[in-house]
Design a protein around this ligand. Structure first.
Ligand code: SF4
Length: 697
């Protein structure tokens, strides 16, 4: 028997066929009919069935303890949820609704996101619902809203084949979004004139394919983008008609980018002026121009401004709202976009409604039939852990995420959980370190064990079918949340299926810019996938491109070209901490490895954590290849093998973010070193710039 589903790893959203033979054995292959991957899968996707075959790490039944000094023991679902509801009720009565929080994940299905958001904002009465998408996408969300008036990715993957120039900024899609990159490679084979520019302090696999690799200093992206903007203006390669009729803010922008010469900018970025001018010439010559970016821009103390400075290049050249052109934020997680649809961040409301808008709040309150929605944003991911640490937040429910590996300054986060009055961890795996701090453990169903939807980076909604029963007593996350809501005494959570939850979510989008009120599970079964907004395309597959009419969602209907200085606000380098640490992903692992870490084939690529360092920096410290080095920052330390390579810029070191605790030691964990400095608007952490020192151990 064959089931159709979608890959649960990255935001590319590849279609997968799961085959189950008569003995129940599972295999996976790419779905040749899926418009995203056309049958292709990357190494992670093609090994997904191994994560299903090895169930040795699965949580099988609820566990609980009545006090921190007592061991956890197996309990029934009823006992676990009744106790949790009783603790939440007591805390809310004593300290108010903001004393509790849910920390969820961009890997939740849309239906799961929807019910937990509804429960927290509409019934408990706090906006303390945030997800790990805060660590990933929130800078792009804010920048899209500020420049285009709404959080929307205006392009589609099909634009890759239509672009004449692609600028990949701070991203390594060859490893992190492999199927997108294969489409770029195929596009270049079909069109040798396609020009590819990559900006990255490392020579990544993506960079090696570029016509022009801008190996800039970390934190200097805004300077680079401004300098390219200046060259475009000087060369006359801007679209005056678009600027005059469809944008605002150009005069301030011109003044802003002319404040620095190209020579000054090149010196700051560590580039040649010729490289900056060449990038501008490539962009200026192209009749269609796509910008792509991910964490190199997002995970920064100036992440929103980095995003805006890149989007500005699309705006001044008028390369938006037409085939092959536009700003394309590549989503990291598989359903970060679905989470944004339901309003699953602490500052959002469903269907891109505005939390600060009283009419929007009233509409949602009435629709849900619960209580008042608070007007103030809730705690964001890192703020939750700050608040646990200082006692403002008493209880946290962690759902489908592994914060003690993925949060910055992980030892601080550990201490925060130690200080919490009450911790609930809901997960599929017994691996997350947060389980050690849990008062209640709830076993969740995983990929293929439940039905629901996800939305990928190009706004494409796909249905993920249930293939098999979850092991033990594990339940789908949406069912756990709905059962808990009932224990809290709330009505409106008695759904009979995920399809019913989806219908309610879709109905709430009616009349908005992301209208999918005509979409339900049946339609997705029939069409395989559709792109939002959908209502206007009853006979098709939704909306591939947005803003074709050049009417943006701002009050003036014009796109806003923002101006700001190019200062980086990361921590300062000193003689004590003279090197910049940047963190990221490797090709064959996903996030904190709770799934991919189980697959021996995926470990063959890279087995252990490592530190990439330039040979000159290593020589200054007497470090040889494969020496164990101690890396220290103002927060903590790690000990890993040094990998000497010319592919990293001098003065910069790189460490993968996947590893956490191994054999009772946390010395593999990159986030011992990172800091919880965040962008002031998006509240996204500055993972890409930590001041460190290295010595031979
Ligand atoms: Fe899965 Fe992403 Fe690989 Fe596609 S590119 S198979 S979605 S991990």
């Amino acid at each position: 028997m064959t089931f159709k589903t979608t890959c649960c790893y990255c935001g590319v959203g590849c279609g997968i066929l799961v085959d189950q033979d008569r003995q129940g054995r599972l295999t996976v292959k790419g779905d040749p009919e899926h418009p995203v991957n056309k049958g292709m899968l990357c190494s992670k996707g093609m090994n997904l069935h191994h994560t299903l075959i090895d169930q040795s790490d699965r949580l099988l039944y609820p566990e609980m303890r009545y006090a921190r000094n007592l061991p956890k023991h197996r309990v029934t679902w009823n006992t676990a949820l009744e106790r949790t509801a009783a603790v939440f009720t007591t805390l809310i009565k004593k300290y108010g609704p903001d004393s509790v929080a849910f920390y969820a994940s961009g890997q939740c299905l849309t239906e799961e996101y929807y019910v937990v958001n509804k429960l927290m904002k509409g019934f408990i009465g706090s906006n303390n619902l945030d997800t790990n998408s805060r660590l990933c996408m929130s800078s792009a969300v804010a920048a899209y809203k500020m420049s285009l008036g709404e959080d929307t990715v205006p392009v589609a993957y099909d634009d890759i084949e239509l672009a004449e120039c692609i600028f990949v900024a701070g991203a390594n899609p060859a490893w992190c979004h492999p199927i997108i990159w294969r489409r770029v490679e195929a596009a270049r084979l079909a069109n040798p004139d396609l020009r590819i520019i990559v900006s990255d302090p490392r020579i990544t696999q993506t960079a090696t394919m570029a016509d022009l690799h801008l190996q800039l200093n970390p934190g200097t992206d805004i300077t680079l983008h401004h300098a390219i903007g200046r060259c475009l203006i000087e060369n006359g390669d801007i679209d005056r008609s678009f600027i005059e009729n469809h944008s605002e803010g150009f005069e301030e922008y011109r003044e802003n980018v002319f404040a620095r010469t190209v020579e000054e900018a090149a010196a700051i970025c560590g580039l040649g002026t010729d490289e900056i001018r060449e990038a501008a010439a490539m962009i200026g010559k192209a009749r269609s121009f796509l910008t792509m970016w991910t964490m190199g821009l997002n995970q920064s103390s100036v992440g929103v401004q980095k995003n805006l400075s890149l989007i500005n290049l699309n705006l001044v050249t008028g390369q938006i709202g037409k085939p092959g052109s536009g700003p394309f934020s590549l989503t990291g997680q598989p359903n970060a976009m679905g989470g944004r649809e339901v309003g699953g961040l602490s500052n959002l409301l469903p269907a891109h409604r505005d939390l600060s808008n009283a009419r929007h709040r009233e509409y949602v309150e009435k629709f849900w039939g619960g209580g008042k929605i608070a007007s103030t944003p809730g705690l964001t991911a890192t703020e939750m852990f700050d608040a646990l640490h200082d006692g403002r937040l008493k209880a946290i429910w962690i759902m489908c995420t592994n914060p003690l590996v993925s949060l910055p300054d992980a030892r601080f986060a550990e201490e925060a959980l130690r200080r919490a009055k009450f911790v609930v961890v809901q997960d599929i795996s017994n691996k997350p370190q947060s389980l050690g701090f849990a008062d209640v453990i709830l076993p969740a169903a995983g990929w293929t064990e439940k039905t629901g939807t996800m939305t990928n980076a190009e706004r494409r909604i796909s249905l993920l079918e249930k293939v098999m029963e979850p092991p033990g007593e594990a339940l789908p996350d949406s069912e756990i949340i709905c059962r808990f809501a009932a224990k809290m005494g709330f009505e409106g959570f008695d759904y009979t299926s995920p399809a019913e939850i989806y219908r309610e979510h879709a109905a709430l989008t009616k009349g908005t810019n992301i209208d999918i009120s005509a979409v339900d599970h049946e339609l997705l079964r029939e069409k395989r996938s559709v792109q939002w907004p959908y209502l206007r395309h009853l006979d098709g597959y939704g909306t591939a491109r947005i803003f074709l009419d050049k009417k943006f969602s701002t009050p003036s209907a014009k796109a806003v070209i923002h101006s700001f200085p190019d200062h980086n606000k990361s921590e300062t380098l000193t003689t004590e901490y003279p090197l910049v640490l940047t963190t990221g992903r490797i090709r064959d692992q996903w996030h904190t490895m709770s799934k991919t870490g189980k697959v021996s084939r995926l470990k063959q690529h890279v087995r252990d954590a490592f530190l990439e360092i330039h040979p000159d920096d290593a020589a200054e410290r007497g470090i040889l290849d494969n020496n164990i080095v101690e890396v220290t920052s103002r927060r903590g330390n790690v000990r890993v093998k040094a990998k000497l390579t010319h592919s990293i810029k001098k003065g910069v070191v790189f460490m993968p973010m996947h590893w956490g605790q191994v054999l009772n030691s946390d010395l593999n964990r990159a986030n011992n070193l990172t800091n919880n400095l965040v962008d002031p608007i998006s509240k996204e952490p500055d993972f890409k710039y930590s001041a460190v020192q290295i010595c031979r151990f």
